[in-house]
Design a protein around this ligand. Structure first.
Ligand SMILES: [Cu+2]
Length: 160
């Protein structure tokens, strides 16, 4: 009798170990990500979320206004203009949405429909003349936040 109980306990332990070993690494993925934006970074935490409605909170810790576009595809898929900034007209069909006008020091949230799994690219595409520079027609006074590095990837995975 005692021996039989011990066997059952052992089996139960093995089964539960097996179940946890089988569970996918994407189990329990969050449906939200906080993205730190600044000059010149875009840093999502976490960088992997569960597909569906995903709340993105942009936290601008920098000293300039920023924006955050959510593009379905990898960075290599982004169409660029001759000056190296993203061509938003050409990218439009794969832009899921955007958080615009994130003032320096502020936080702004929005929920996006990220039902399709895969790689997404989040970036800031603000372009302007350098504040202190004089425009002499050269490139030197032109600032592209995207070119300066405000881009990162966000992976959308299915829970299974
Ligand atoms: Cu920016």
């Amino acid at each position: 009798m005692k021996r039989q109980l011990a066997i059952w306990v052992t089996i139960a332990a093995l089964v539960s170990m097996g179940l946890s070993a089988c569970s996918s690494s994407s189990d329990g993925l969050p449906s939200a990500s906080t993205v730190t934006v600044s000059e010149w970074i875009v840093q999502p935490k976490p960088a992997e979320v569960k597909n569906g409605q995903v709340k993105i909170t942009a936290d601008n810790v920098g000293s300039e206004e920023h924006e955050l576009l959510v593009f379905r595809g990898s960075k290599a898929d982004l169409p660029l203009k001759p000056n190296g900034a993203v061509d938003e007209d050409a990218a439009e069909e794969n832009v899921v949405g955007e958080i615009s006008g994130i003032a320096a020091g502020s936080t702004k949230s929005k929920t996006f429909d990220l039902e399709l799994v895969g790689e997404y690219t989040i970036f800031c595409n603000i372009e302007h003349e350098a504040v202190t520079g004089m425009d002499d027609g050269s490139d030197t006074d032109y600032v592209s936040h995207y070119k300066n590095g405000m881009v990162s990837s966000l992976t959308v995975s299915a829970n299974n």
